[in-house]
Structure formats: C-alpha cells, structure tokens
Ligand binder design. Structure first.
Ligand code: AMP
Length: 210
C-alpha cells in the first residue's frame, strides 16, 4: 500500500502517518524529518538546506526527488510506504510517477482551515529525537521517547504564515492533480486525532477492499 498524506503544514500528517505506519506495517517517510536530521547532523545536505527550511521555503525539486528515490528503493519499502511531506509540487508528483509508475494507491488529503493550522503550528512543540509533536504545555521530556521538546524555528508565527502561502501556491494544486487521477480521499482533519484517524482508516480500508 502506497499512501501519500497531503495537507497544509500542521494538518496532522506526521501524527497520522505514524499511526498508519503502525497499523499497516509500512514505513512512514517524512521528508521534513529527513532534512531536519541532515541539518542536526551537519551533513553537506544539511548545510545546503538549513536556511531554506528555517525560512519556510521549499528545497529544490531535483534534490528532494533524488532523496525520495533513494529512500523508496530500500528494502523496507517493498510492501509500500507512507509519504508525509512529499510530493509538495506538481513537478515532484510527476517525478514520483516517473520513478514508480502507478505508485500512489491513495492520497489522503487532510483538510484543515488555514486559521486552525496557524494556531496549531505556533502552539506546538516537536521532539528533537523522534519528531512527535505536542501542544505547548508543561510537558517535557517527550512522552514517547524522552527526547527534548523544542519549538521548530519555522513554527514561529511569521514563518508559519509564509509556509501557508507556499503551501497554497505550490502544494494545494496537488489536490486537483490526484483528484483528476481518482486517487484522492478527502478527510476532515479537524477534531481529535483519534477521530481523524478513524476517518482516514475508513478511506484506506475502502481502497484496500477494491
Ligand atoms: P515539514 O516537516 O514537512 O513541514 O517540512 C519542513 C521543511 O522541509 C519545509 O518547510 C521545506 O523547507 C522542507 N521540505 C520538506 N519536504 C519538502 C519537499 N517535498 N519539497 C521541498 N521542500 C521540502
């Protein structure tokens, strides 16, 4: 099963991707997590993308496509994968189609209004170790892995608004891209994560039963 999670930043792709990965036993691949790790490890890639990420812009398509191409060719992806944060442009979606024709079984589009994602992003903390996100409260360390929680630089309000603009311009067209290919399952992404997950699972089960 090859699933793409689509939706604005803060729509819950990461949280729901982890759950899907546990249920369907296929890896969740978050390009944002991979890039942040490269930055933290100060690799050549990390140095190249650090400012781009902090500014809430997109890294070049060819770079991210080659990262994904390499990742999905690995053994643990043989039964499928969950893509979180990729593709993010129509060119990336075309590239994915070229690399693995017919590759996407379903694109789950988490629909959350812009005002809500702005609130969620500027009010959340992320775990430096496992990438899990939590609402800003007095919780520390990470309840999942005991890593340190921090506010992502690109989750600060000024950058968040910019990221939403980038999403609207470059990524939102993918809703029509996948809808026109009959690969889109639109899910209401508001409310409790458990309820959102139920809605997603219903869509994915329907695809599996076809
Ligand atoms: P995310 O964790 O998905 O919000 O991604 C964090 C940042 O990583 C984005 O704001 C971009 O700078 C970069 N990034 C992640 N995935 C992609 C992608 N598919 N294409 C371009 N840039 C990406």
């Amino acid at each position: 099963m090859r699933i793409v999670l689509l939706g604005p930043p803060g729509s819950g792709k990461g949280t729901q991707g982890v759950r899907l990965s546990e249920i369907y036993k296929i890896p969740q691949i978050s390009t944002g997590d991979m890039l942040r790790k490269a930055v933290a490890d100060e690799t050549a890639l990390g140095k190249k993308v650090q400012e781009i990420i902090q500014g809430g812009m997109l890294v070049p398509d060819d770079l991210i496509v080659s990262i994904i191409e390499e990742r999905i060719s690995q053994e643990d992806c043989s039964e499928g994968f969950i893509l979180d944060g990729f593709p993010r442009t129509v060119d990336q979606a075309d590239a994915l189609e070229r690399v693995l024709p017919g590759s996407v079984d379903v694109t789950v589009y988490l629909n959350v209004p812009a005002e809500e994602v702005i609130d969620r992003l500027s009010g959340r903390l992320t775990c430096r170790e496992c990438g899990a996100v939590f609402p800003k409260r007095d919780i520390s360390p990470c309840p999942v892995c005991a890593g340190a929680l921090y506010q992502r630089e690109d989750d600060q309000k000024s950058t968040v608004e910019h990221r939403i603009g980038v999403y609207m311009k470059h990524t939102a067209p993918l809703v029509d891209f996948y809808r026109s290919r009959n690969k889109l399952a639109e899910v209401n992404g508001t409310g409790e994560p458990d309820d959102v997950f139920e809605r997603i699972e219903a869509e994915v089960s329907e695809v599996i039963s076809k």
